[in-house]
Design a protein. Structure first.
Length: 240
């Protein structure tokens, strides 16, 4: 599941947003921008974001408040941008859930290095992600999803045939077990944003997957619906 890491830049200054979008784009990242907290939360819900670059000083909800909300919702890692050089301010940022911080003005090359370091730590295009990319398969509950042949085998030897779409969705979910994925995120991860796919197609494939892997498809416990947000694979996953 190789993909360009997707960075969300949140800053109320358009020139900073545009500068970072161009710079990070030239260095192999996919970049989305947001001008405030409302826009930030919408984009997190609707897109697969790997890391947020978040300014602290913004009108409305400030970056510290947004960082705390993001962490409470198990959102992506955050690098805070702050004009405050006081050590206590940096400590507060880390306490509310930031993974790193950078004091303005900063060199974009330093931000790039910090982004790459955080992504390595959390496993995006790092060792953990490579383990999933190169895995022979994944074991969860009473099932093994095998990359070779895209087969799904139960511990008692039963097999389930998966369509290409079903395999891509299940692979995306086992790679992000216990993480809520919206329909748009699943489309993004499985097909790319240029794909002519629709939310209903995701729902249909989820229904078919449930009929294949759930003990009671009408009362699913593995692929859970998180109302208003999306779907979650609720299982411990072992990489084979």
């Amino acid at each position: 599941m190789n993909h360009e890491p997707h960075i969300l830049v949140v800053d109320d200054h358009r020139d900073i947003r545009d500068l970072l979008a161009r710079y990070l784009g030239r260095h192999g990242f996919r970049v989305t921008v947001a001008e405030n907290g409302v826009s930030m939360m919408v984009k997190i819900r609707n897109q697969a974001i790997d890391l947020i670059v978040l300014d602290i000083m913004m009108p409305g909800e400030d970056g510290l408040t947004l960082c705390r909300r993001n962490r409470e919702n198990n959102g992506p890692p955050v690098i805070l941008l702050t004009a405050m050089a006081e050590e206590t301010d940096r400590i507060v940022g880390l306490e509310v859930g930031a993974d790193d911080y950078l004091v303005k003005p900063f060199n974009p090359r330093e931000l790039l290095a910090r982004i790459r370091a955080v992504l390595r730590r959390v496993g995006v295009n790092g060792q953990h992600n490579e383990a999933h990319d190169n895995a022979a398969g994944w074991r969860f509950d009473c099932w093994e999803l095998r990359a070779k042949g895209r087969s799904l085998i139960s511990t008692d030897g039963r097999s389930a045939t998966l369509s290409t779409g079903e395999y891509k969705i299940l692979r995306a979910m086992v790679s992000r077990a216990n993480t809520v994925l919206s329909r748009d995120q699943l489309l993004d991860l499985c097909h790319g944003r240029l794909a002519k796919s629709f939310d209903r197609a995701i729902d249909n494939q989820i229904s078919r997957l449930r009929r294949k892997i759930e003990r009671e498809p009408n009362n699913p416990v593995l692929i859970q619906t998180i109302w208003g947000d999306g779907y979650k694979l609720a299982a411990k996953v072992e990489v084979l």
